[in-house]
Design a protein around this ligand. Structure first.
Ligand code: FAD
Length: 175
């Protein structure tokens, strides 16, 4: 097991996992190998699981100057994220998106936490730039809006897809 050291390494590992390739910079214990009896390693941030959440957290921590170590139980990283459809809800208007999300809670008679909801919207609005900072050539495109279109302001959230569109063999290009 080892740490990952650069944004590019993270991404290559992720891409390799997504493509089903065996080689990834994520070093892991050999499948079936006994775990070490003693293992000393200190890190500022320890990440368990190299899926989307783990990779994002690791990259963010690394960018902030932290020493990061990742543990992944599978022979290659990626998790469910690597086999997902790559769809992301990204607000295009902060206030209207918050309003829409508040209404979905009301619609579902759910308890809502305004601070959490606002933080979610603020962070979600950064996600496209974050992903493109890792893969500037990747094609991303809008394919719809938030799911509950009968709820006002659903068009304040765009559905983005972050992957090569079907039938398009080459990656890259503009947005
Ligand atoms: C077919 C499919 C399509 C989907 N499409 C979409 C979509 O379009 N949009 C969307 O938002 N969501 C989609 N989802 C859901 C989305 O993929 C998941 O919600 C998301 O990937 C979860 O990310 P994660 O980082 O939490 O988990 P994962 O990506 O699953 O990563 C978890 C990682 O942790 C590792 N792990 C688990 N336990 C341990 C352990 N004890 N020690 C070390 N490592 C461990 C796993 O091996 C894995 O690599 C889809 C899911 C599937 C299956």
């Amino acid at each position: 097991m080892s740490k990952l050291i650069s944004k590019r390494s993270f991404l290559k590992g992720f891409a390799a996992a997504a493509a089903g390739a065996a080689a990834a910079p994520l070093v892991h214990a050999k499948p079936g190998a006994p775990l070490p009896q003693k293992w000393d390693r200190e890190a500022d941030v320890v990440i368990l699981g190299y899926g989307g959440a783990g990779a994002s957290a690791a990259i963010t921590a690394k960018d902030a100057g932290a020493d990061v170590v990742i543990f992944e139980k599978c022979p290659q990283g990626g998790g469910n994220t690597a086999v997902s459809s790559g769809g992301m809800m990204i607000p295009n208007n902060r206030e209207r998106a918050i309003e829409y999300l508040r209404k979905t809670y009301d619609f579902a008679n759910s308890e809502k936490d305004d601070e959490l909801l606002t933080a979610f919207v603020d962070e979600a609005m950064k996600s496209k730039d974050f992903l493109l900072s890792l893969a500037p050539d990747q094609k991303v495109y809008i394919y719809g809006h938030a799911g509950f279109q009968s709820i006002p302001e659903s068009d304040a959230i765009d559905k983005w897809r972050f992957r090569t569109p079907k039938g398009q063999k080459t990656r890259g290009g503009d947005m």
